[in-house]
Design a protein around this ligand. Structure first.
Ligand code: SF4
Length: 424
């Protein structure tokens, strides 16, 4: 039997990759997915039939490890290996083998405008062409499983994909303006659940803050979000093993709310049924972190997650803190930094990381004091914890900052990476 519309397609209805995300210099596939290949492209779909990845297969494609990825926020992000795919390249700066090139303004050090590359744009054009071919084939005589897959894909056209992302945003109360840098460990594949809105500080320099004052959500609101998220993620829920408790300072919401949200989400999203490698991500502020008692960390440590808490400290120099409008004192930053080291040493399942800004125009003292802090940190191993250098969004000549980041990396006892602001 000839299928006129599908003659050049190879269809894998369901493939199983490893459940755990590991770091590799080539595109690894995780969980269950469907794959359709033409001679030129590989298209991957999640378990709902939503397009997820497009990768070029022929010699014109920029690099075999590069691909386009559609996020749950319906952004198409281009994963580039940068101009050096060796161990000295992107992996040494970002901790990952790829550089996400974003279709919206952010704070990248490397500006790669993939929209101007006709080869990559052709891959975008190949997706509606594939959709049209599948549409033409829907009445062909096919294996029932292939027919089901094609039906699912056709049910998820661009309009539906857009509406689904809007739906996620409306359930949680708005778009996630920034993901914690640690979510790179799961390739940014998290389910967002907001347990609070706003933040304590409203720092002048911040480009991701919301206008709201800090306000924790009610228990009922959290339970409602979980119920609705479960419906919208549908069958593809089984491909997730990570939860982000939002938004900017979930730690301030307190142990009870964190515990309820994490435990309920773990159970209702079925995380434990699939893998032991489950992750919880949240942001905290210096204030919420310093006032968090041992009881909170004990509880977190006993949750069935490995928990990453990311704290924005920004500078250890008082005049820089004042310049950027961060209402913290140098002594408080020092205290929070010390507490990070302590928590990382004591608790097996908790890892605290911090952010410090970088940018043109910041004083020499900002860099000198930070180097001193990281050089003299009383840590014995380069294991837990990470320092993220967050380029100021409006700082010009970001790439010129790389030698400076290198100097700090070389002196630091804790791994140092660059923080790229990504939304969902
Ligand atoms: S840096 Fe953090 S605490 Fe400051 S305004 Fe932005 S989100 Fe809020």
């Amino acid at each position: 039997m000839a299928f006129p519309h599908l003659s050049n397609l190879s269809i894998s209805v369901e493939k199983q990759g490893p459940a755990k995300v590991t770091k590799a210099s080539f595109p690894l596939r995780y969980g269950k997915f469907s794959e359709i290949r033409t001679s030129e492209y590989e298209f991957l779909f999640n378990l709902n039939g939503e397009i997820k990845f497009i990768r070029g297969l022929d010699a014109n494609w920029p690099h075999p490890a590069e691909q386009l990825k559609r996020t749950d926020g319906n952004d198409w992000v281009y994963y580039s290996v940068g101009d050096d795919s060796s161990e000295n390249g992107i992996i040494s700066w970002l901790g990952e083998y790829y550089l996400p090139c974003l279709p919206y303004p952010s704070n990248p050090i490397w500006e790669i405008n993939y929209f101007s590359n006709p080869v990559i744009m052709n891959a975008f054009a190949a997706w509606p062409q594939l959709y049209a071919n599948l549409y033409g084939a829907k009445n062909d005589k096919l294996h029932p499983k292939a027919k089901d897959l094609i039906g699912n894909i056709l049910n998820n056209d661009d309009k539906v994909l857009h509406e689904r992302s809007q739906n996620i945003h409306s359930i949680i109360g708005g778009r996630v303006s920034v993901l914690p840098p640690d979510t790179r460990h799961v390739d940014y594949e998290i389910i967002p659940l907001n347990i609070a809105d706003g933040c304590l500080f409203h720092c002048k320099f911040c480009c991701v803050k919301s206008a709201q004052r800090f306000q924790a959500r009610s228990r009922n609101d959290i339970i409602k979000q979980i119920r609705q998220l479960k419906l919208v993620y549908g069958r593809n829920l089984e491909n997730y093993n990570a939860l982000f408790l939002g938004n900017h300072d979930a730690l301030e919401a307190g142990d009870e709310l964190i515990f309820i949200a994490a435990s309920k989400a773990y159970k209702d999203f079925g995380f434990g049924a699939r893998t032991k490698n489950t992750f919880l991500f949240l942001f905290g502020s210096a204030d919420s972190f310093l006032k968090s008692k041992n009881q909170l960390f004990e509880k977190l440590d006993h949750l069935p997650f490995y928990t990453y808490i990311n704290i924005g400290l920004e500078s250890i120099d008082q005049s820089t803190l004042e310049l950027i409008g961060k209402p913290l004192s140098e002594s408080k930053v020092r205290e929070a930094f010390k507490k990070m080291l302590d928590i990382n040493a004591i608790y097996k399942n908790i890892e605290v990381t911090t952010n410090f800004i970088i940018g043109e125009g910041l004083s020499a003292e900002h860099y000198r004091s930070l180097k001193g802090l990281l050089r003299d940190a009383p840590v014995t191993t380069r294991g837990k914890g990470a320092i993220y250098r967050s380029p100021l969004k409006d700082s010009p000549k970001k790439r010129e900052l790389l030698p400076l980041i290198n100097e700090i990396k070389d002196q630091s006892k804790i791994p140092v990476y660059i923080y790229l602001i990504q939304r969902l």
